[in-house]
Write a new protein. Sequence first.
Length: 274
Amino acid sequence: MVDPDNGPKDSSIVVSFLEISLSVHGVSVHIFNDGPVYVIPGSTLLLRARVEHGPLEELSEITWERETESGTGPGKVTLATCPRPASACTGTKPNVRASVKQQELTLQISGYSSEDGGVYAVTVKDRTGATTTAHCIVREYEEVHHVTVSLNATHSWLICGEAWGTEPSFSWLHERVAVTNTVGEVSKDGSVLVVTMAPLCGHFTCLVSNKRGYSSATYTAGPCEKEGFGMTAVVACLVVLVLLLGSALAILLWRRRRRSSRGERLHEHLDDPI
């Protein structure tokens, strides 16, 4: 005979086992921003994170902190705290704001400055006191500095260097015109120009830019002989020669005509009756 209570008892066991299996996973947190995160001074830093936890876990506090990337200095500085289950967060400075919306966490710092760079951490604490932390490196978005161009004469390579600018983008000019395949080939990252034109001549400019501006440097080789210059010179000489010959011929004709006119007047005087 089947016990009618077996079904509910089995269901209760399954549910209890499911709840236990979910709770042992604990709390986890992940920052969406792939570090390092670069921020332009004066703009707004926005970090986003997501917290995952089972149905039995209850969060007691969320904290955002920062410390220097080198590990020196005053140590960790608390930026904002979010006690749970309250939804409001408290920033330690007027320009710091934090929020929690369900499982989404955000930290916003307006008017970013170089002092705001470092290793950011978001720590989530549950009711048992257990904590889990995620980290993200934040750095200042540096402008382009000290662009140089050097020549590898062995391979006819022009190498463009830049000191420490963030996300530099390279482009090349030859005689102030964008480089084409007739001049050379640019490497995948843009920092090297393999010169294929011969001979190597003219002005090669490397332009490096990013979100904060640009800078450039120029390598100067020997002067380029302009195409068709020799033929142009020959044509110019021929034109000058033709003009000189034409002028000489005109002068000769003018002199002959003048002499002929004098002869006619003299003949007329001789024919007059005495």
